[in-house]
Design a protein around this ligand. Structure first.
Ligand code: ATP
Ligand code: MG
Length: 336
């Protein structure tokens, strides 16, 4: 059960991260990747120990790519932070950009699918750090995969970078030798346009109709990342959000703010009072409370009675922003 549950979570989270990378605020513009590299280098120079030598070799040609600059900068930053962390005793970190025609023949093994040949901007992050063995290398993009022990990472840095680069139709590839170092190569299609706003922005238009009007939602989930991503999605949709990490915390919050809370989104499986019990108790406090059940599992025996009985709606995790928008809106607008 433990393994199955964590597998379900990993799948949920990967999808959440991908969804997150695609969410409404996402704004695709043509930008010069060289400028992003310069920003990242500046931040690294200010924050990294002197024992790490930071260099950059930029393509003399502008590296125009169609991206959301803020997200791409975060992705590059995540890759660089790992490089720094792989060099506890100092070393060299080099970021390089090149514009070239690339053919991906023979690379199928490293990538989930073979990209089309064409003109790409290649951004490389090279370090002289600890490197990785093959077993580690194969898992680094998995959400929650970390070798940094209890003190360290969440294991989400590269999952995020992967999601973001994919969203821009790019690819990431890794080469590494234990004791020698690691190179991450990100390939992004060279933009055919000039710096200007691209149609990618229109993606959030479909959500306009299903946006909220400042209603307040209590989101209950024991997984902090899901809480935070959920909060972010709901806030973008125009709602105020309270969060609680289990059934008990949810009841306390509900008792305190029941006049303000228009809707509760409830995870079913949680420690300290699971969703089902929390649901019953919420009903006792306010028989008219509106509740949407959220779960990573398919509608099954646990769920059917709740739905038939009285739950107002059902959202399947991983949340899809559009689905979330519609279900929440329709439940909030229903009179009880
Ligand atoms: N440049 C690198 N050199 C050696 N190992 C690396 C490098 N980059 C990533 N890794 C390995 O990949 C794992 C996953 O990286 P990721 O950034 O996703 O998570 P993390 O760094 O462990 O945690 P977080 O990014 O949340 O702090 C790392 O724990 C490390 O084992
Ligand atoms: Mg990291």
């Amino acid at each position: 059960m433990q393994i199955e549950r964590s597998a379900v979570r990993a799948a949920e989270l990967t999808n959440m991260i991908l969804t997150f990378a695609r969410r409404g605020r996402f704004e695709i513009k043509t930008a010069d990747l060289n400028e992003i590299v310069l920003e990242v280098v500046q931040i690294l120079e200010r924050t990294t120990d002197r024992s790490i030598k930071i260099g950059h070799i930029l393509s003399p040609k502008p590296c125009y790519v169609d991206i959301d600059s803020a997200k791409m900068e975060q992705a590059v930053m995540n890759i660089c932070v790992n490089a720094v962390e792989a060099m506890p005793n100092g070393g060299g970190l080099t970021i390089k950009t090149e514009v070239s025609f690339y053919s991906f023949d023979g690379m199928e093994k490293k990538l989930p699918h073979q990209p089309a040949d064409g003109e790409y901007v290649r951004l490389s992050v090279m370090d002289t750090g600890a490197g990785m063995d093959n077993e580690t290398r194969q898992r680094i993009f998995d959400p929650f995969f970390t070798t940094k022990g209890e003190s360290g990472g969440t294991g989400l840095g590269l999952a995020m970078a992967y999601g973001v680069v994919n969203e821009f139709n790019g690819h990431i590839e890794v080469e590494s030798k234990p004791g020698i170092g690691t190179t991450f190569n990100c390939y992004l299609p060279l933009s055919k346009g000039h710096p200007e706003v691209k149609e990618g922005q229109d993606r959030d238009k479909p959500f306009e109709a299903s946006k909220g009007k400042g209603e307040t939602i209590l989101l209950v989930d024991d997984e902090s990342i899901i809480r935070e991503l959920g909060r972010d999605v709901l806030e973008q949709l125009g709602y105020n959000v309270f969060v609680a990490e289990d059934g008990l915390a949810a009841l306390h919050l509900y008792e305190k703010h029941r006049d303000k809370i228009d809707l509760v989104i409830l995870d079913l499986i949680m420690p300290n009072l699971g969703g089902k019990e929390a649901f019953e108790r919420l009903r006792q406090i306010n028989p008219k409370v509106k509740v949407i059940i959220s779960t990573g599992y398919a509608k099954d025996e646990i769920l059917e009675p709740l739905l038939d009985n009285r739950a107002d709606g059902f959202i399947k995790k991983p949340y899809k922003i559009q689905n979330m928008a519609q279900v929440v809106k329709s439940v909030i607008n229903t009179d009880k």
